[in-house]
Design a protein around this ligand. Structure first.
Ligand code: SF4
Ligand code: SF4
Ligand code: SF4
Length: 377
């Protein structure tokens, strides 16, 4: 039942907005209401005679939404098989709009597509008029190079999963997304539910971006447009500095404007404040700026599938790599984000207290944990 999501995810502000529950809902009743940070379910009614009844759309459903939600389970550390610095090779075609990170990602995707390892990808693009990101299914080299890539503004990445699997019949999909999106995709892959099988089998490679958080589109409308006087249609690219201190906005005329990341905090999605995964621990391959010198990105491969995509991109001349990575920076960034675990502990305490209203054992447990949390403060 989506009630479980409502109680343990949405009402606690833990939803990451990954879009997995919406994509996998068997009855298509979940949707993202305008301006809200988590999905909701459509009310279904039936008229009978002079009466109108509300129908429970979830009746009899196996609750695929609960099965795939990454916020209903704990995630541990992932393996690291190799860590390298990478950039597009001098001979590779460059992405038309993306920043350096998107360009390296695009080279990985193009080489995987050309060699038949994937038959398409789900990546992020933006509406160039409003700078509203959206999830896009791409199946050609041309389409990949045309995408703007991730823009630190939220969009539900997995919302286009049905388009990829059902409308375009893709069966070897590369998914590029934030760590929470990758966690949800992993849940889909691991699920034993028959209804999710087609999705799990069609996701071939999961590529996660390092992520400290994403903002709502209000950052564009309130800061970039209103305060800085920049029309979204004049934005050519947005990027985050390697040190994660500044957001740079490059305009079409080449001018670069900067926003301190501290000023973007109030636009951060609520679910990001409770998220501890920086390095996309459950991905096949993760990528970000941290750890590499200017002009390069860090790529972590986590298993054979990730290794194979990276090796292919180097062998086909799409990427150049070096072994020079400051892994210490990776560990520091990872540890810093793990400090958000404290917010999660308060969420768990709140749930226990609510359950304790009717269950004396849970009440005792809640009091015990509250005492521990107060000591750690
Ligand atoms: S319980 Fe089933 S029908 Fe209801 S929201 Fe979840 S997936 Fe959709
Ligand atoms: S975290 Fe993802 S799967 Fe869970 S409720 Fe939010 S959008 Fe749905
Ligand atoms: S911080 Fe990144 S990974 Fe975590 S919920 Fe936000 S977008 Fe997802």
């Amino acid at each position: 039942m989506s009630m479980e999501l409502e109680t343990y995810v949405w009402s606690l502000g833990k939803c990451t907005g990954c879009g997995a529950c919406v994509a996998c809902c068997s009855r298509g009743v979940l949707f993202f209401p305008e301006g809200k940070q988590n999905p909701d379910h459509r009310k279904l009614t039936k008229h009978f005679g002079l009466s109108t009844y509300e129908i429970d759309p979830c009746f009899g459903c196996e609750a695929f939404c609960v099965e795939v939600c990454p916020r209903l389970r704990e995630w541990g550390d992932g393996k690291m098989v190799s860590v390298v610095s990478a950039r597009s090779s001098l001979t590779a075609i460059r992405s038309r709009h993306g920043d350096l990170l998107s360009d390296v990602l695009n080279q990985l995707l193009v080489s995987a597509l050309k060699s038949g390892f994937i038959d398409g990808a789900i990546i992020t693009d933006v509406d160039r008029w409003t700078w509203q990101p959206f999830s896009r299914v791409v199946t050609t080299e041309e389409e990949i190079y045309d995408c703007a890539g991730h823009q630190f503004i939220w969009s539900p990445t997995l919302s286009s999963l049905n388009e990829a699997v059902h409308d375009k019949s893709l069966r070897r999909i590369a998914l590029v997304g934030a760590p929470c999106v990758i966690d949800a995709a992993r849940m889909i892959q691991k699920s034993k539910m028959k209804g999710l099988e087609i999705y799990g089998k069609s996701l071939r490679i999961l590529i996660g971006r390092f992520c400290a958080g994403v903002c709502t589109h209000n950052l564009v409308s309130e800061v970039i447009e209103k305060e800085m006087g920049i029309s979204p249609r004049n934005i050519a690219m947005m990027d985050r500095s390697a040190a994660e201190k500044l957001l740079t906005v490059t305009l079409r005329d080449g001018t670069v404007r900067e926003i301190s990341l501290a000023n973007t905090q109030k636009y951060l999605r609520m679910g990001c404040a409770r998220c501890t995964d920086y390095l996309a621990e459950s991905s096949d391959l993760s990528i970000g700026y941290t750890g590499s010198r200017y002009g390069y990105c860090t790529i972590i491969t986590r298993n054979a599938a990730g290794e194979s995509v990276l090796t292919r991109a180097v062998q086909t001349g799409h990427l150049e790599i070096t072994k020079s990575v400051d892994t210490n920076q990776l560990y520091i960034a990872k540890r810093n984000k793990q400090k958000r675990r404290r917010s999660q502990l308060y969420d768990e305490e709140l749930i226990l207290m609510l359950e304790g209203l009717t269950d004396p054992e849970k009440r005792l447990e809640a009091l015990k944990r509250y005492a521990q949390l107060s000591v750690r403060r």
